[in-house]
Design a protein around this ligand. Sequence first.
Ligand code: DX5
Ligand code: ZN
Length: 217
Amino acid sequence: MPLIAPSLLASDFLRLGEESRMLNESVADWFHLDVMDGRFVPNISFGLPVISALRKSTTKVFDVHLMIEEPERYAEAFKAAGADNLTVHLEACRHLHRNLQQIRSLGMRTGVALNPHTPVESLFDLLDEIDIVCIMSVNPGFGGQSFIPQTLNRIRNLRKRIDENKLPTLIEIDGGVTLDNAREIVEAGTHVLVAGSTVFNAPDPIGMIRALKDCEG
Ligand code: DX5
Ligand code: ZN
């Protein structure tokens, strides 16, 4: 069964407390929190104060996805705000190995996100340092986009490498996950499904989270 990480980017910000309560009642495993700086991606979302406020509303894992330049400048602050997993983009890091050591030394799980054009092989020599590889299945910056089909081959390719080396690294898929494609995404080798609009636009978000978790039938 996949882990489910609803992305609060698609939640109702006016009712963030209630959205958090809903996730607490659901079988969601992680809160996926998308931070954007208007530089690495064209959009700006939310940041540290919102994450600190949410931290008081739940004990579930905070999976923070940084879509920002120079993420190393903020790792400590996100730890203090309550991040459990800190994901940085390979494309935003000139010294990724050092950045990952910094995140681990702060006591967080390390995540590396890859834009759709970045080969998964770029991380093959670094997988020992990475707890979570987040393969972007849309171009980062916005919710509600369509899943890029070539992602399935990327998942298979990375999963093969992880299994061959008996690594504990998790594969997370972010973008365009729906109830229609969740099963093939998991069958390709995914451990964690991020879902924004599919969860928060559903008439019954708790039921939708359950359905995504049970997508293998
Ligand atoms: C996109 C974000 C995603 C986004 C996914 O840049 O990283 O986490 O919220 O949204 P959906 O699930 O609607 O594609
Ligand atoms: Zn994300």
